[in-house]
Design a binder for this molecule. Structure first.
Ligand code: PNS
Length: 164
């Protein structure tokens, strides 16, 4: 069985991520979406919120599961018996960071290969930080994220505004 991990911060998950998940689900027997718990990015959503959010939008893929992990990605991949790490590659600007990560992970774990998938060109410009910024300033994110994620973003922004 070919198992792949699709790791990321997913803060929040976007239509671009979902496009990559759908492509990976077509190629691999099993895809585990791995939400990184210890991201240096200080996410807007907690680990649990990001896991729940992704679970809510990948239901139509029976071979996709969602989980979170701490520590090194390759250690997690080995525990899950994955032989591939999937990453989305949108534009040349992604390349340097992805290249460094892929080669480092290969040095750390020879048996795990990073596979790059290109999301639909419609999502080339899309990333989570743009979506967060639009949501925080009250803009419409409905063309970037599914309705479940839009609702979670709206709730988060309301809670933040109520605290301020
Ligand atoms: O969505 P992101 O923020 O680009 O995902 C980055 C992520 C989570 C895949 C990367 O930071 C990661 O793998 N973190 C786990 C710690 C790790 O293994 N670091 C070494 C990577 S070379």
């Amino acid at each position: 069985m070919r198992i792949a991990i699709y790791p990321g911060t997913f803060d929040p998950v976007t239509y671009g991520h979902l496009d990559v998940i759908a492509r990976a689900a077509d190629i691999f027997d099993k895809v585990i979406v791995g939400v990184a718990e210890n991201s240096a990015k200080r996410p807007l959503f907690t680990d649990l919120e990001r896991v729940q959010m992704i679970r809510a939008v990948v239901r139509k893929h029976p071979n996709v599961s969602v989980d979170s992990f701490q520590g090194l990605l390759v250690s997690y991949a080995k525990r899950k018996k994955a032989t591939a790490i999937v990453r989305g590659l949108r534009a040349v600007s992604d390349f340097e960071y992805e290249f460094q990560m892929a080669l480092t992970n290969r040095k750390l774990a020879r048996g795990i290969t990073t596979v790059f998938l290109m999301p639909h060109e419609e999502y080339t410009y899309l990333n989570s930080s743009i979506v967060r910024e639009i949501a925080l300033f009250g803009g419409d994110v409905s063309t970037f994220v599914p309705p479940e994620v839009r609702r979670m973003l709206a709730r988060k922004v309301r809670a933040m505004n109520a605290r301020a």
